[in-house]
Each structure stands twice: as C-alpha cells, then as structure tokens.
Design a protein around this ligand. Structure first.
Ligand code: GLA
Ligand code: ZN
Length: 692
C-alpha cells in the first residue's frame, strides 16, 4: 500500500566501481541485435576503455514470455560474455516497460491518463503504480533476477525500472488515494479544513466523493486544480505510490543480495517525484543528464548539485548521458569536439563517481534509432565520437580511481522543496516566465559565477547540518512546513546569512496562505512585509537602484513595507506608482542577516545582491574567466583536494592569476603556474596536497 513508508535504504556507504576501476560504460541492449554481433561489440567497447554495461533495461518480454515462464537463457549468455571480458555490469530489472501479455491479461496494469482515458498496451513507463498485478509481477521478477545474478562477481549495482514518472488517475489509484488521505487527515473535517473546501462548494461529506484531480474532475491542467491542497496531496500520493513500487522491488532484490547497491535513474529537476523522499530509500543516487541547447553550465551544475543533495551529499552516478546527440530535443545538435569530455568532467567535479552513456550501441530500429551512441550505425572505431570516447576512457582508466569518494565542502546551501515546486506551479497569478525551476536556476547562477560551491538541501535538514553553512538561499520557497521558519530563525540568530525572494514563505503545508502579510513564515526573520503583489507585463520599464548600480526588473513583488526593522538594499524606479520604495531589503537578526529580493532582477541585480550576501557571510569567491568553472572535491583521508578547472567555451581561454600555482596537474603531470591556458572545452585538474 502506498501509505506505508518502506524501510530506509541500507546505511552502508557504497563505493561504485567496476571491479576497482572507475565505472565507464552505459546502457547496452544486445537483445536488439543478432547474437553473433555481441562479442565483437564488446571488443570494440574494450578498445574505447569501456568497462561496464548496463543491461536488461527493457527486456521483460524476453525474460518472462508469460506469467508461468521465465527464460533467462539469453541474459545468462550476455552476463557470461561480460564476465569473460571482465566488464562490470549494472543489472536493470526491466520493469520500466510492460510486456504486451501483461495488459492483455491484466488490464488494470496500465494507466488512466489526465484526460481520463484508460490506456492499452504501448509505450513504456506505463504501469499503474497501484495495480496489485503490476506490483506482484514486478517484485517477483526483481526477486528472480537477484536470486540468479546477485552473486556474480562482476555485478556493480542494481537499476530498478527506468526513469520513474508520470501519473495515473484510475479507479485503483483513486481508492488508494482515499486510504492515503484517511491516514493523513484522520477525519473528513480535518481534510475539508486543510483543503479549504468551502471554496466553490467543494465540501465533502464522504471520503468516497474524493476523486483524483484530472480533466474530468478538478484539474485545470496537469499542474493546477481548483483545490491546490488536493492537487498537491495527489502529487505527494503519486510520488509515494511509485516510490512504493521502487521499494517493493528493492526489498525483493535484498532478499537474495545483501551487498550490492540499488538505485534507479532520476531526472534532476523533474516535477513529478519528491526526490528527497526517494533519496532516503536509495543506496546511491544515479541520474540521466541530457543538457538542452540552452542549458547553461550553471544550470547543469545545479542539476548535479541537486542530485548530490538528494543523496545527502554523497557521490552519485551519471547513469546516462549522450556521447554525441539526443534525438528527442527540439534541436539535436552534436556535441562539439571536446564537449562530451568536458561535460563528463563537470559531472565528476560535482560528485559523479561514474561516467555512463545512453547508449553503447546505436539502435537500428525503434524510436531512438537516431540517438547518439558509442558504436554508431557506421560501426567504425575511427569515427570522431568513438575516438573521443576512447580518449576519455584512457584518461579515466588512468586517473579515474583518484576521483572516487571525494566530497564537496560547500559554504552555501540552497533549499529546494518539491512541495514548493508543486505549490508555486499551482498559483494562479504569476506570469508564465515565473516558474519554480526558473527562479531556482536564476539564484544558483550568481553563486556559480563566483565559483562558490552549493549544496542543495531539503526543508527537513537538521539544525546541526544547516549551521555548517555560511549562507542559506531559498528562492521562491513558497510552502513552508511546520518548524522550518523556526529552524531558519535560529540559523540566522546564530550568525547565518539567509537570502530569500519574492513568492517565498507564503503558504502553509496545506497550501493555504499564511495571513498577516507576505512573506508569511519569513516575515519575522526578514523584518519586512510585502503588502501587494504586482504582476505587470514584461514590456514595462522598471528598475531596481542599488548603491553599486541598477538592475532591470521583470516581475516585482510589489509594495514592500519596512515596518519590522529591515533596511532597503535597492529601491524601485521607473513605470510603477511605488517608485522609491524598496525592491530588496536586508534585516539584521541576531548575529546574522536576512536578505529579501522583492523582484525578479536581471544578472546585474542578482549579482549585486549576492555580492552583499557574500561579503556579509565572509565567503571567498574564486575569480575566473566567464567561461571557466572551478570546483573542488576533497579527499581528507589522503590529505588531498582535486580542483576541476573547466572551460565551458569552444574557444581557448587564458586564466590569469589562477590560485593554483605550485599544484600538480593531474592529467599531464606538469606543475601549474599562475597563468593558465585552457584549450577549447579544456579541463585542468589541480592536485593540492593539504597540510598533514
Ligand atoms: C532516457 C531513458 C533512456 C533513453 C534516453 C534517451 O534517459 O532512460 O532509456 O530513452 O533517455 O536520451
Ligand atoms: Zn492507477
């Protein structure tokens, strides 16, 4: 049942490696190919330095052709071949796509969509999480796989299902939702109060009247519903339901294999699942990174940091990335020479302990036949992509071991919260450009520009952990659950520096407005009050004037009153009646300070605010050229730090006064000087021996 929270993940600390080597590999789908090609492909991959294959991701139809019959003969031969070539393998459970016989036999296993249509067989990621037949069949399969392969000495990890996501609105989900709600609220009265159901005469007189919010019921679109409390509860419930699928398979695996780490591949800022809750149940985080044409290095850095944060700061796996191009973006551009290597090192720099591709061999048929791969349709080892993969493979086989296990000592914490994500998306007021994702990325960027490392943390962070950070940033953290405002107040009281923004602190855990003025829960610590929210069109000319400059403003939080002690940091000028009033404020609180950014500002504005914050908190920014990112992983047990210096530009760049002179360059063994030159998409890794 979805309400039961499963056992937490093993507390064991897992190191991911392919038999001691840095895990370099990816998805391999030999079942799509004639068996006579398998070994030749493995030999090619060996030439590229590949040492791992993720197998059995979508093969349920082959390994269980009917309910009564499992057939592992093909998988046995694949595993035997990988063993023979000393490849590590990650065994997926294949439950990310139903085989045709399952929905034919058990129609309840497929989903009912937002439009209320019950689906027949097709696609993938298609099972109803609350279907008892799916639960039974998927956990049985996971158990069988574990029993059979759990002792193989080349097994690296388990990979359950694939990219969990999507909602179901079927009858079984509706019933399970009501059970979940009864458990959460106890009584219908409490639920009616929490959801503010007297709005539009929604008051329920029986739990049976409650329906999942889709287009036939209360859903406005798949982000918003009439009662946002209900909408958010449904999202929480669906996230828990899929998580119960995950933990069901995990526990089935654990019955036969106590030692290998178990994961599933996550998708960064994915809206559908509360990944912090998931992280608690996963042995190691793995995720799939497919930067879009407009994904900046900062945005991608955030995604890595979010995934590391979901795993509690531990290293993670880059389970998928493309060696060259995707086939599902609007523009599927090639990665220019060097870019794949650079992006792989960016992942490692942010905490990845693997580099893995989707996929090792390009399909000849199916929807993904034009997706990039290590072995392409051309099949030659002298192709550009194959050569670049091979060059990276050589480096990772030489140095990759040194990367494993390194932690990142971040002075800055950024609070990210899926409830706030859902709550903000459900607000009917904001311009389209104002999304949770955009706000979070916008406020991450100035820290990234200063090479100030950021840990992404949940609202449930302990005071002890929070107090280790000099700065806490909470962009658009609209929903504040009980205890969180107090946690932040004690943090600032004790000297912490808090930065929050427009649309923060405004809702309680039921998504109702905290009365008395915005930012509700943070009014006390911020020492100010937003009296009105103004959402004018983007063509209006409004600016925020700071001591040190001016910033264009696209959305203002409206009228701020300083009646609780805050001082203005910037004031509005331009085409609004409240010109001259504060656009950003700062409040001294205990030994710390709370900053409030009242408007969505351009780069200059966020930079000026973050400069103030950094000065106040005594942060040490590292200056670097615009395209160069600097980030450090620490290895206290060997008294060493590795600093990754990454040139995200396709042009060479000089980096004068780089603070690494005297350090050894890991990749070429030279000693670094004060003035560095980085190749196009170049990478330098500085080895710094810390004092013993
Ligand atoms: C996802 C999936 C893979 C594949 C890739 C293609 O990450 O997990 O199965 O579809 O996308 O980019
Ligand atoms: Zn369902």
């Amino acid at each position: 049942m979805a309400t039961q929270l499963p056992h937490p993940a093993s507390s064991q600390a897992f190191t991911i490696s392919a038999n001691g080597r840095f895990c370099f590999g990816g998805d391999w789908n030999p079942e799509q190919w004639d068996e006579s090609t398998w070994e030749g492909d493995i030999i090619k991959l060996e030439h590229a330095g590949i040492n791992e294959a993720t197998i059995n991701v979508f093969a349920w139809a082959l390994i269980q052709p009917s309910e009564e019959r499992y057939d592992f003969s093909m998988l046995d031969r694949i595993v035997a071949l990988l063993d023979k070539h000393d490849f590590g393998f990650i065994m997926a459970t294949s439950t990310g796509a139903l085989p045709a016989w399952i929905p034919a036999k058990y129609p309840d296993t497929t989903r009912t969509d937002f439009e209320g249509r019950h689906h027949a067989f097709g696609m993938r990621h298609n099972a109803c999480p609350n279907s008892p037949n799916f639960q039974r069949l998927s956990t049985a399969l996971a158990g069988k796989l574990s029993e059979r392969y759990g002792n193989d000495d080349h097994l690296v990890a388990w990979h359950i299902s694939n990219e969990y996501g999507g909602e179901c609105y079927c009858e079984r989900c509706a019933t399970a939702f009501r059970t979940w709600l009864k458990h959460k609220y106890g009584s219908l009265d409490a639920l009616n109060r929490a959801w503010n159901t007297n709005f539009w005469s929604h008051t329920y007189t029986d739990f049976e009247q409650i329906l999942p919010p889709n287009t036939l019921t209360d859903g406005i679109d798949n982000r918003r519903a009439t009662l946002s409390g209900c909408n958010i509860d449904y999202k929480r419930f669906q996230s828990d339901s899929l998580l119960a699928n995950y933990t069901g398979e995990r526990d089935a695996i654990r019955e036969h294999d106590a030692k290998h780490p178990i994961t599933t591949n996550l998708m960064d800022i994915f809206e559908g699942l509360d990944y912090f809750k998931w992280g608690e149940q996963m042995d190691v985080i793995s995720w799939d990174d497919y930067p879009f044409i407009n994904t900046t290095p900062s945005d991608n850095g955030f995604k890595h940091d979010l995934m590391r944060g979901v795993g509690g700061g531990k290293p993670f796996m880059l389970m998928e990335s493309t060696p060259s191009q995707t086939n599902w973006h609007a523009y599927n551009v090639l990665k220019e020479p060097g870019k794949m290597r650079l992006q792989s090192y960016q992942a490692i720099a942010h905490g990845a302990d693997t580099v893995q591709y989707f996929q090792l061999k390009q399909s000849a048929g199916g929807f993904e036949k034009y997706h990039g791969a290590v072995i392409t349709h051309g099949g030659r080892e002298d192709e550009r992509v194959f050569r670049e993969v091979s060059a990276l493979g050589a480096e990772l086989n030489a140095h990759g071991h040194d990367f494993l296990g390194g932690l990142i000592d971040a002075p800055v914490a950024m609070m990210f919260d899926w409830d706030s994500y859902w709550s903000l998306e459900n607000v009917s007021l904001l311009p389209e450009s104002f999304t949770y994702r955009n706000q979070v990325l916008r406020w991450y960027a100035p820290f990234h520009r200063r090479n100030l490392a950021v840990d992404v943390v949940p609202e449930s962070i302990s005071a002890e952990r929070l107090n280790q950070y000099k700065v806490l940033v909470a962009p658009a953290l609209i929903m504040v659950k009980p205890g969180v405002a107090e946690l932040i107040e004690q943090y600032v009281q004790a000297g912490g520096v808090f930065l929050t923004t427009i649309m923060s602190g405004m809702h309680d855990e039921n998504d109702n407005v905290i009365l008395g003025g915005y930012p509700g829960a943070f009014r006390n610590v911020c020492g100010m009050r937003v009296e009105e929210l103004d959402m004018y069109p983007e063509n209006k000319k409004v600016q925020a004037v700071f001591d040190s400059g001016t910033s264009d403003v696209s959305v203002t939080g409206g009228v701020i009153k300083l009646d609780d002690g805050a001082r203005p940091l910037a004031t509005y000028t331009g085409d609004v009646f409240y010109r001259g009033t504060p656009a950003a404020t700062v409040n001294d609180y205990g030994s710390g300070a709370a900053y409030f950014a009242g408007a969505v500002m351009d780069k200059a504005g966020t930079d000026m605010i973050v400069d103030n914050v950094a000065r106040r908190a005594g942060l040490h920014a590292i200056a670097s050229p615009d395209s160069v990112e600097v980030i450090t992983r620490s290895y206290p047990e060997r008294h060493q730090k590795l600093t990754f210096i990454l040139n995200h530009s396709g042009a060479a760049v000089t980096y004068p006064n780089a603070p690494f002179d005297g350090d050894r360059s890991l990749l070429d063994g030279t000693t670094l000087s004060k003035n560095l030159t980085l190749d196009p998409y170049g990478v330098i890794i500085a080895v710094h021996d810390t004092d013993r």
